[in-house]
Design a protein around this ligand. Structure first.
Ligand code: ZN
Length: 150
């Protein structure tokens, strides 16, 4: 991967981090509005918020890790076989840490349940109004939580 591409990914991760942090800030007030909704609904909402927050925290770790890898020049290297991760794969899954071959191999081994889980949650959003940025982050998060390589 050339330096220019590396820079593009770095910018992408910085943006992604910003938007994730913004989302986390925006969601905090929904934990407080207890007056209009009944308690069980509030509990459910809180549970969803906590789940989302956990995924966002997980994603932030992945993003920080990717930024760290960009700094020390190991970004885009498969952590299984030390080969380069396909650039198209990185475009689609910027936080991928395995090349396609290694990813497929790990999915054959233990991925069936995870794959089902991932396709089960795909396309569903926790809240009704999904903004494009959120959709991207959610997609990424579902990829991340479906990964076996953390
Ligand atoms: Zn590999």
């Amino acid at each position: 991967m050339n330096a220019e591409m590396m820079k593009q990914f770095e910018n992408l991760f910085i943006e992604l981090k910003k938007s994730t942090l913004n989302e986390m800030k925006m969601e905090t007030p929904s934990l407080e509005k207890g007056d209009e909704i009944d308690l069980s609904q509030e509990d459910r909402q809180r549970e969803l918020d906590l789940k989302l927050l956990a995924r966002q925290n997980f994603m932030l770790k992945k993003i920080d890790n990717a930024l760290f890898q960009i700094k020390n020049g190991t970004f885009g290297i498969c952590h299984e076989c030390d080969g380069e991760i396909e650039i198209n794969r990185l475009r689609a899954r910027p936080v991928a840490t395995q090349c396609i071959a290694c990813k497929e191999e790990s999915e054959r081994g233990e991925g069936h349940m995870m794959y089902e889980k991932r396709s089960h949650t795909q396309g569903k959003s926790l809240h009704g109004n999904v903004i494009p940025l959120r959709a991207h982050a959610e997609d990424l998060a579902s990829v991340l939580t479906g990964n076996s390589d953390y």
